[in-house]
Design a protein around this ligand. Structure first.
Ligand SMILES: Nc1ncnc2c1ncn2[C@@H]1O[C@H](COP(=O)(O)OP(=O)(O)OP(=O)(O)O)[C@@H](O)[C@H]1O
Length: 629
């Protein structure tokens, strides 16, 4: 049957071009060859289950990968269905090579958009030429009386078919004669890592054999009284996501998480996706525990197609915000061996993506409803994820809007409605929030004195999140805890002493001057606070916005509008008031007024360098005064 032929493709130079172009991602040939072997095994099993051929109960299906450093070959051997000569012609010469041709036709105009598609286009068997100068197939079909076939090609458009002289059992052996610049694939460590990455969960046992290893084992067994070492497959053929959720234990989920993500951490909770209709999708999504919010970028969702790893973080299938989670998704229905632009326009893909979002929202809602205590415990870890999701995906926001929690300054967790309802007597439709609990501790204390409640919104994402919540809940306003509280703080019972208040205001105006634009005098509950600074929410937001446009002239000044609220219940203020007409004490009174303002400013925000300088000088003056008393 010796025969020579020319592969039927039209674009003469396609091979060298593709070969070079795919250079950066050549690992995938291992995935392709092993999964072809796996398909071949599955086809054989299928024929048995259909009763087409007799089955052997003791049949051990497996894929062997042999590294032969001496001969610079990498061999993939399966005991699957095998191929007859006719099939080699049909599947290898026509199908496999036409795949390469399609690839070329589709992408010849986009040769510069490199990374977009590399690795997402399965070139199947053809990808072996990315690393080989010659590829040899020896195969024996399962069919009775089949003859072993050998196919050899050196990567051009020429091939040779003859009878194989080394194939006596059913299956296919593919021998790659590696190129000189691809010798890294003779390193056991490299090959093992690649198999680990792509084939960890393939349904057929995979064994890696290198002559180095065999040698080592021989040496070891010589010294250890010929003790037989058990050889174990590299992969786990029955990954947890394929099991029914009701048969999986918490420990199994956690162990799987640790194994796949190579971590010692425990996930907070997880969602087992198990859909058969209208599409096929299985997977497990884990909510990781966060040590800080910036860790979020490390999330990873691994996508599989029939247990073959395709890629991490494909945002066409898994919405971007869900990529902050960790997990595995196996979607056999997806045509994953095609380009991303295809995925973007595929209706099924967007259905799958929506379905995943829905499942995640359902899980969160069920936690909120049935395990509120746990949900609150997880909140600090999951809030950034949920907020990011709300900002990115309106559909997700609509689903979870009633289960968004706000942590209060008293460490309670409430929904927006809970908060508004509770506070409506004191400040209707106004939400007060602390953005930095430490820095705003004075204000928090003030709030507690007044039995007021505020929420803590201190994540980087919260600025955007607040704007969104305001937009979605028209009429509701968020005010930082140092915003204008005058109305809220007004002590309705205290008899207004307007004359005295005007005196205090004047005293401060005269001593402090332009540094502060607006003064107000209130009777605060705590005697310890002499004065506080309030900043109008509107002006603060504008000034923060301006700081994002550094260097741009926006044509307006966006200074924060600050009000100094002086507390006429403070004994110091009372004393200052009593000294207001004492000419001898004028200097000291002014000194103390300024110091009070700076202390108030300090507990609002850091002083600027000149203010700080003055503050320190005044401090020294005050200490000198006390010493010389
Ligand atoms: N190890 C094998 N055993 C039996 N048949 C094989 C083997 N490898 C390849 N084939 C046959 O060759 C065909 C072409 O293989 P190739 O890998 O190029 O494409 P594919 O597997 O059909 O698609 P893809 O790999 O892109 O998902 C296969 O469909 C299969 O029929």
């Amino acid at each position: 049957m010796n025969q020579k032929g020319s592969i039927s493709i039209h674009t003469e130079n396609i091979f060298p071009i593709i070969k070079k172009w795919l250079y950066s991602d050549k690992d995938i040939f291992i995935r392709e060859l092993i999964s072809n072997g796996c398909d071949a095994v599955n086809k054989h099993k299928k024929l048995i289950s259909l009763g087409e051929i007799p089955g052997d109960k003791n049949e051990e299906y497996k894929i062997n990968v042999y590294i032969d450093k001496e001969n610079s070959t990498l061999v993939f051997e399966d005991n699957g269905i095998g191929m007859s000569e006719e099939e080699v012609n049909k599947y290898i010469n026509q199908v496999a090579f036409s795949g390469a041709e399609d690839f070329f036709n589709e992408y010849k105009d986009k040769m510069n958009e490199e990374n977009d598609i590399i690795g997402h286009f399965g070139l199947g068997f053809y990808s072996s030429f990315m690393v080989s100068k010659k590829v040899q197939i020896d195969t024996l079909s399962y069919k009775e009386d089949a003859k072993p076939v050998r196919w050899i090609s050196e990567g051009g458009t020429e091939y040779e078919i003859s009878e194989s002289d080394n194939k006596t059992t059913r299956g296919t052996t593919i021998t790659l004669f590696l190129e000189d610049d691809s010798k890294e694939f003779l390193e056991e460590f490299t090959v093992r890592n690649i198999i680990d990455k792509y084939c960890s969960f393939l349904p057929v046992d995979i064994y890696l054999n290198s002559n180095e290893e065999v040698q080592k084992e021989n040496e070891e067994s010589e010294s250890e009284d010929n003790e037989v070492k058990e050889v174990t497959p590299i992969n786990d053929t029955n990954p947890l996501w394929l099991k029914s959720p009701k048969d999986c234990t918490d420990e199994e989920y956690k162990e799987f998480y640790r194994k796949v993500f190579k971590t010692f951490d425990e996930p907070l909770f997880w969602i087992h996706l198990n859909v058969d209709y209208p599409f096929n999708l299985k997977g497990i999504l884990y909510f990781p525990k966060l040590n800080n919010e910036f860790e979020l970028v490390e999330g990873k969702v691994k996508l599989y197609n029939n247990q073959v790893f395709i890629a991490d973080n494909i945002k066409e299938v898994v919405p971007e915000f869900l990529l902050l989670l960790k997990g595995v998704i196996d979607c056999p229905d997806l045509p994953l061996n095609v380009s991303r632009s295809f995925l973007q326009n595929d209706k099924d893909v967007s259905k799958i993506s929506k379905h995943i979002v829905k499942k995640v929202a359902d899980k969160l809602k069920s936690l909120f409803k049935n395990e509120r205590e746990n949900y609150e415990k997880f909140w600090d870890d999951i809030q950034v994820f949920i907020k990011f999701g709300c900002l990115k995906d309106e559909g997700f926001y609509d689903k979870v809007k009633d289960i968004i929690l706000f942590k209060t300054i008293n460490s309670e967790y409430v929904t927006l409605n809970d908060y508004l309802e509770k506070c409506k007597e004191k400040h209707e439709n106004k939400v007060f929030y602390a953005s930095n609990e430490e820095q705003q501790s004075q204000y928090i204390k003030l709030f507690k004195d007044y039995d007021l409640d505020a929420v803590v919104l201190d994540a980087t994402i919260d600025n955007h999140f607040i704007s969104m919540i305001e937009f979605k809940n028209q009429g509701v306003n968020f005010n930082r805890i140092d915003a204008d509280l005058s109305e809220v703080l007004k002590d309705k019972e205290s008899k207004e002493n307007t004359e005295e208040k005007a005196d205090i205001e004047n005293l401060f105006k005269n001593s402090v001057g332009e540094r502060i634009k607006t003064y107000s005098v209130e009777s605060l509950k705590s005697e310890d606070t002499s004065a506080i600074i309030l900043v109008s929410e509107q002006s603060r937001r504008m000034s923060e916005m301006k700081s994002q446009f550094v260097g741009m002239n926006l044509g307006m000044s966006f200074e924060e509008e600050k009000t100094l609220v002086v507390n006429d219940n403070s004994p110091i203020i009372k004393k200052l008031l009593s000294l207001k007409d004492d000419e001898n004490k004028k200097e000291q009174v002014s000194l103390i007024c300024n110091q009070i303002v700076d202390i108030a400013l300090l507990s609002n925000k850091e002083l600027d360098p000149t203010e700080l300088d003055d503050f320190i000088k005044r401090n020294n003056q005050l200490m000198n005064m006390i010493i010389s008393l």
